[in-house]
Design a protein around this ligand. Structure first.
Ligand code: CO
Ligand code: CO
Length: 365
């Protein structure tokens, strides 16, 4: 699998006339090689030359933790804490003859730390943006990737059900978030990507951290969360009612739910990403809440919580089978509160499959 992916990288690289691609620890490196590393103050850089085997500049302690049999040959350039990375960078640049070459990098991942060092050891090199091509490579998920996503979603939904079953007035947003986190980890999540648990008037802001505010009767409660399995992320939001909520918010809930359904119904191969946004937004605008839907309808989902394709007006990317993204319309009325309903979908050969299965009925706690 990784051999195929690396071959596709070489094809892309060659089409862009790049002599080398330099990748940071992160989603692209994990996708191409299976290496799940994290950037730290000790620089790590993977170099994929157009010809010859890849090279890895890394701290010695990381080198010892590498898998025994990587699915491809790699030249290691380790360095100790005492030596520092300079010598390893110089040796790798010399071995790969990087001076004056065209090098593709990830603008969202590479730091000034690595960039400066690379430019210094490869004088005259040209640094070019390669991220969009890597995202293209990752856009259509294969069955093994979809299996991981389904697992992440199942763990997330089960943990959400178990947590919601014991939520009660007086409990704080932080307590709910902690409970949910522990439940996901116990159920086998590799990690928890994020948790938003927010209630009452604070729900009028789509992205806020859980606070110490206790739940009250009449609150809406928004929970947005995702577990990670095999590097792949789930992302689901449900909005709950604590007892009876104002009739206005019941109405808002019904509109958001209809927008979520319209958005998902618009997903099929051959359609532009912006059409999905338009379908969901139309429902909200026609109900008179257009000004309160203050974000895009969704985002691609995979090794990253947010990745292309973005489901937003102006994005004419054509949806293809295997693409996975969220549909998450929301209405946020200042002073009243907010509602968001978020599902994960995969484009199929003929339409779409919604991977998330959690009930979209308004649940009263
Ligand atoms: Co979300
Ligand atoms: Co999302």
């Amino acid at each position: 699998m990784f051999k195929t992916r690396l071959r596709r990288l070489i094809t892309l690289q060659s089409a862009q006339a790049l002599d080398c691609v330099a990748l940071m620890p992160g989603p692209n490196l994990r996708y191409l090689t299976g290496l799940a590393m994290h950037p730290s103050e000790r620089p790590t850089l993977a170099l994929f030359p157009l010809h010859g085997s890849p090279a890895l500049i890394l701290p010695l302690l990381e080198a010892q933790g590498l898998p025994e049999n990587l699915p491809f040959e790699v030249r290691l350039f380790p360095y100790t804490d005492e030596e520092g990375p300079q010598g390893a960078f110089e040796a790798a640049a010399a071995a790969l003859e990087l001076a004056g070459k065209r090098i593709g990098v990830e603008f969202l991942q590479m730091r000034v730390l690595e960039l400066r060092r690379l430019e210094q050891v490869a004088p005259g090199c040209h640094i070019l943006a390669f991220e969009a091509f890597l995202h293209e490579l990752r856009a259509r998920k294969d069955d093994s990737e979809l299996d991981q996503m389904r697992r992440a979603i199942r763990i997330t939904e089960d943990a959400l059900s178990a947590t919601i079953a014991q939520v009660h007035p007086g409990q704080t947003e932080e307590e709910i978030a902690t409970e949910l986190r522990v439940t996901m980890l116990r159920a086998g999540a590799e990690e928890v990507a994020f948790i938003i648990a927010v209630a009452g008037p604070r729900t009028a802001s789509p992205h806020v951290s859980p606070s110490s505010r206790p739940l009250e009767q009449g609150d809406v409660l928004i929970v947005d969360c995702g577990a990670v399995c095999g590097g792949y992320v789930a992302d689901i939001t449900r909005t709950f009612a604590v007892g009876e909520i104002p009739a206005k918010l019941e109405r808002v809930y019904a509109v958001v739910r209809a927008a979520n359904e319209a958005g998902r119904a618009a997903v099929r191969p051959g359609v532009a990403a912006q059409e999905v946004d338009r379908a969901a937004r139309r429902v909200i605008s026609e109900a008179g809440y257009g000004e309160y839907f203050i974000h895009r309808t969704g985002h691609g989902l995979g090794l990253e919580v947010h990745e292309p394709p973005y489901i937003v007006e102006g994005n004419d990317t054509i949806l293809q089978p295997g693409m996975t993204f969220t549909v998450e319309p929301g209405i946020y009325v200042p002073g009243l509160g907010g509602v968001r309903i978020e599902d994960d979908v995969v484009v199929t050969a003929t339409g779409a499959e919604t991977l998330t299965t959690y009930s979209r009925e308004l649940i009263h706690l």
